[in-house]
Design a protein around this ligand. Sequence first.
Ligand SMILES: *[C@@H]1O[C@H](CO)[C@@H](O)[C@H](O)[C@H]1NC(C)=O
Ligand SMILES: *[C@@H]1O[C@H](CO)[C@@H](O)[C@H](O)[C@H]1NC(C)=O
Ligand SMILES: *[C@@H]1O[C@H](CO)[C@@H](O)[C@H](O)[C@H]1NC(C)=O
Length: 472
Amino acid sequence: MDRSHGNEGLHVVMLPWLAMGHLTPFLHLSKRLAQKGFRVSFISTPKNINFISKNSSSSLPSLIQFISIPLPNLPNNTQLPRNAESSMDIQNSKQPLLKDAFDLLQDPIAAFLREAKPEWIIYDFTASWIPTIAAQIGASSAYFAVFSAATLAFIGPPNVLLNGGIRPRPEDYTVSPSWVNFESNIAYRLHEVKKFFQREKSDSVDGRRFAGSISGSDFIAVRTSPELESEWIKLLPELYGKPVVPVGFIFPTAGGEGDEDHDEKLGVAIKEWLDQQAIDSVLYVALGTEATLTQEELTELAHGLEKSGLPLLWALRDPPESTRKVSEMLPEGFEEKLGSRGFVYIGWVPQVSILGHPSIRGFLTHCGWNSVIEGLGFGRVLVLLPIINDQGLVARLVEGRKLGVEIQRNESDGSLTRDSVAEMVRLAMVEREGEALRENARRMKRVIRDESNGSCFQTFIGYLEENKKFHC
Ligand SMILES: *[C@@H]1O[C@H](CO)[C@@H](O)[C@H](O)[C@H]1NC(C)=O
Ligand SMILES: *[C@@H]1O[C@H](CO)[C@@H](O)[C@H](O)[C@H]1NC(C)=O
Ligand SMILES: *[C@@H]1O[C@H](CO)[C@@H](O)[C@H](O)[C@H]1NC(C)=O
């Protein structure tokens, strides 16, 4: 059923957090809404808008309008680099400063909203001040969570997020929380939690942001599907006491197989190398835009990849704000040793286009939720190397569903060894014991992309439209 005519005039404003892992799914969702006839205003800062519109497909629907608002400078702040507009521009420890700067967007955004009078504002967890502004202008608002439902349930409902005293010790995060009323493997490892506790102050602020976003929202939209997380999706509305709508995986429509400018986006160097490899043979290695490995981790990963003996494409980036180049951190002579079976690319890569190339078999990932969805959307088996934030929880979910294997780390200090890297890579990619994993991952391709019955997304549209009736 084409409902597009029914949505004419319904105006939705999108406000993602300043990070690639948030901007991208918000953009995918914007495209879907535009396809359904909604008018979309997508707010971000100039550099981010420039970046995503340049790296997105040529086919951005005309119903999406980008609203570029410069990031105000923090008063007398000397720590945030002048050109920093997203989490990829800064060291991880400076995330709280970027969030402070983001808060200064409140006034210009409120001014825009008063003028634009949208029906809906769909916002990210950092913009927990949106519901108040929405109420002032008579708009509705929905928090769009770009996290897995299991992650959201694990971090807990608002009363838990506001009360760190409920889980005072690192060990409290290594077990399934009391409000999860079924058997679950979703919990942090001790070394993962220790990283959080080092940044305690900023995390309690994040807790307040999550709590405010959930409490203030008319309903919560989550980028997931009952096909992968049914029990978690059932639990969330009980925890939140309000509707939670899984919008589906909103798999990127452009950039993969069947996309006309797929080859162009891939770039000459990467395309030539991938074309020379055997079909279904290459491990793609990429660890996202936010996490950076320590020298020790990078060294072990490199040696492990070399030891695996498998063909690989490794996308690396220079650490933000560092004078040290990532190429200098690789073991001496690493690329020469790999020879023609390896390709190390330093810089931004079109990940979806790479994953869609027929030479790719597996994906060694940091377990960002986007990356997991992108890899499984092409049926690639996953090798899991979580580093920060929610990535450990996503790794447990993926491993629990038998879609990948996790590289073992030392439980107490988190260190990893080249042997574990090589072993897990070979298990996922070539060993006979890994065949079930590969088969499960291949099956996910259909699940991730299947929107034929589309009930999840249609429910979401229903929520947005219902409101129009309500306002009329
Ligand atoms: C920071 O800037 C404000 C004005 O924006 C000024 O009043 C204050 O004294 C400055 N503080 C420091 C420590 O420089
Ligand atoms: C794990 O790390 C701890 C602390 O660095 C060390 O004492 C221990 O030997 C390590 N365990 C293994 C199995 O390597
Ligand atoms: C689509 O339909 C199938 C079969 O009726 C069902 O099992 C599946 O859960 C549906 N998917 C969604 C996303 O609703």
